[in-house]
Write a protein that binds this ligand. Structure first.
Ligand SMILES: *Cc1c(COP(=O)(O)O)cnc(C)c1O
Length: 632
């Protein structure tokens, strides 16, 4: 099945893509003509013989040739020799759907500008909700809701916006003196209601409003609006509620830098982003409990705790199950916060854990066909996604789709009304508006305004052609996880083979399809020397705009291991295994530079040609290392 999924490393499926593009381009042209066929062509049929037209065409061709020529320096994401960053070939259904949709140019800001693709966007949200185990039937009250964003960065930002709106809303209801709703009777309790009870309160409030006359409704709404954090701004809001402090966001130290950007953008301030230590590159739940305990004692509110499902640097999976348990335990002690999962990278791995009927697969079922995957921790973390409050998933990463496609999904859509630019519940009878009707005005809820419908079509069609379960889409991540296991094994063989020349280890077992390898030339004990060695190794693995692509045998990437992330003991273990001394105060560097490999390409192990690009890569490394150590 995978044979037809991509254009292919060699452009093998060129005629399929060409056929589809031509067919649907013609189809688009007929659509234009048949709109009002009685209208004559506005551009005369002989316009093409005009010298000005021909001069324009000549310029156009020249510039397109120049563009096309310069694009030949692009990064060859399609090749199995590319194992660097989180990019690979594009799924053909998505590519074709996107090209097909482009000339219609739908704008998913609202149904007025995108009558078709706005509905598809709502469907994509439901498809992703199903993949992670959220309620996905719009007929039920507490259905999930999701939408696309330009990427994971903006999806994470949207998560913070929603969490803050939900956290601060009960405080506004209290300040406005809204009766009858069971709002907690002090600010601290109102601010710590937690996402589930907070959402129920929002639902009670909208129902309560709906029961009033339009005039009373508008008056109450104005009173509440005036008290909301979005209206007052952080400064005034916290000045008016002196028992409350600006809340913290707790995220693992491996969190993507979009979290720091989001804190700045939202005005919470980066100082409120508290980075939690890791144990074996996964969030240390005990340390999280300790921090939460400190927050309780010091009355420091927490906005959300973030878990990463597939870290950008290492592909590791945080214990989401531990995170939701910590949330529930803290709530029972009066400290409420949201759990958000940043699955920008790893989200689509969840397909491996879904049956076609949407149910969760047991660990031993998933494990068939793999050597180690999934670890009990990864299975438990995946099962717990269903209990998180919101999640970020990037179709443009492990979804193999063109850039400009991230996604935000929240478990209970009823909180979304708090993000709406105009108070949609005031003027419409909320109950009378269907789920779909509400979200057709997408621009009301999203951080962006105008946004492409074409990449929504790409995601939607891909999910229809390859449903998000293990039997369909799951074949793709299954292949990449198998590649990672083969890579891990090959790294072990390489280490034994190279032992006289270089120490090399996989510093921690991979959770998914990213594998890192650390090196140290034999006899060396100095961290700085080892790092310089790996940087030189990487010099031949990185994109160099000044050098021809073909000079490169492979593309890889680098990352670092820091004691802050690994803990002192974890760092010492890795340095010991590499026969390296720990950095001392006088040393310039305390981190270890390592090679990072993202194994996304489905053709890394090419059985039909009897080629393993993984084996070739390690042979290449062997040769390079030999050369480097011999001083060439
Ligand atoms: C890539 C990534 C992001 C950011 O996503 P963009 O699509 O690049 O904006 C956020 N979090 C994680 C874990 C990621 O891997």
């Amino acid at each position: 099945m995978l044979d037809a999924c991509f254009l292919g490393p060699y452009g093998e499926n060129d005629s399929l893509l060409e056929k589809l593009v031509t067919e649907f381009l013609r189809d688009h042209v007929y659509w234009r003509r048949n709109f009002h066929p009685e209208d004559p062509p506005a551009i005369p049929t002989d316009a093409a013989v005009d010298p000005g037209y021909r001069a324009f065409e000549a310029r156009l061709r020249r510039e397109l040739h120049a563009l096309s020529a310069s694009l030949k320096k692009s990064v060859p994401f399609h090749s199995p020799r590319y194992i660097g960053h989180m990019a690979s070939d594009l799924l053909l259904p998505g590519l074709a759907a996107q090209i097909l949709t482009l000339p219609y140019n739908p704008n998913n800001v609202s149904e007025d500008a995108a009558p078709v693709t706005v509905d598809m966007e709502v469907d994509v949200g439901l498809q992703l909700a199903r993949m992670v185990g959220y309620p996905h039937d719009p007929a039920i009250d507490r259905c999930a809701f999701g939408h696309l964003t330009s990427g994971g960065t903006v999806a994470n930002y949207q998560a913070m916006r929603l969490a803050l709106a939900l956290k601060a809303f009960p405080v506004a209801l209290r300040a406005a003196g809204v009766p009858d709703l069971g709002v907690p009777d002090d600010d601290w309790a109102a601010f710590n209601l937690g996402p589930a009870a907070g959402t129920e309160l929002v639902a009670r409030w909208t129902a309560w409003l709906a029961a009033h006359s339009p005039r009373e409704r508008a008056a109450w709404n104005a009173r509440v609006q005036a008290e909301r954090i979005e209206q007052r701004g952080l400064c005034d809001f916290f000045a008016a509620h002196p028992t409350l402090k600006t809340p913290w966001v707790l995220a693992p130290i491996t969190a993507h830098y979009s979290w720091s950007k989001g804190m700045k953008l939202l005005g919470l301030g980066r100082a409120q982003l508290r980075l939690m230590p890791e144990r074996d590159m996964r969030l240390d739940i005990e340390a999280l409990h300790e921090t939460i305990g400190d927050c309780e004692r010091e009355r420091q509110p927490v906005l959300m705790a973030v878990g990463v499902f597939g870290t950008t640097e290492y592909g590791t999976v945080d214990p989401i199950d531990g995170l939701v348990a910590a949330r529930d335990a803290a709530l029972s002690r009066g400290l409420g916060f949201t759990v958000h999962v940043d699955a920008a990278w790893g989200g689509y791995l969840a397909t491996l854990f879904r049956n076609e009927d949407g149910s969760l697969r047991a660990r031993d079922e998933v494990a068939r066909g793999f050597a180690h995957f999934p670890s009990p921790g990864v299975h438990a973390a995946t099962a717990a996604l269903a209990e998180s409050d919101s999640i970020t998933i990037d179709p443009h990463k492990l979804g193999y789709l063109p850039y400009g496609a991230g996604a935000f999904v929240c478990r209970d859509h009823r909180a979304m009304t708090l993000l709406s630019e105009s108070a949609d519940y005031v003027f419409h009878d909320n109950a009378a508006r269907s789920y779909r009707a509400r979200y057709r005005n997408l621009g009301q809820f999203i951080p962006e305004g105008s946004k492409p419908g074409a990449n929504v079509a790409a995601v939607y069609v891909t999910h229809k052609v390859l449903p998000l379960d293990h039997a369909h889409f799951g074949c793709l991540p299954a292949r990449t996880v198998r590649s990672a296991e083969a890579f891990h094994q090959a790294a072990g063989a390489f280490a034994s083979r190279m032992h006289p020349l270089v120490r090399s280890i996989v510093p921690f077992p991979p959770d998914s399809n990213l594998v890192c390898v650390a090196f140290n030339p034999a006899g060396n004990r100095d961290l700085g020397v080892a790092n310089a060695f790996v940087r030189r190794l990487h010099d031949q693995l990185r994109v160099d705009p000044g050098a021809p692509l073909q000079d490169r045998s492979f593309f890889g990437s680098v990352t670092t291991l820091r004691p802050q992330a690994l803990g002192e003991a974890g760092m010492r273990r890795i340095l010991d295994e590499l026969s390296l001394d720990a950095a001392t105060d006088g040393d310039a560097e305390d981190h270890l530079v390592i090679l990072r490999h993202t194994l996304m390409n489905p053709w890394l192990i090419d059985d039909r040609n009897g080629i393993s690009y993984i084996d070739m890569y390690f042979q290449y490394l062997e040769q390079r290392i030999g050369g480097l150590l011999a001083g060439t």
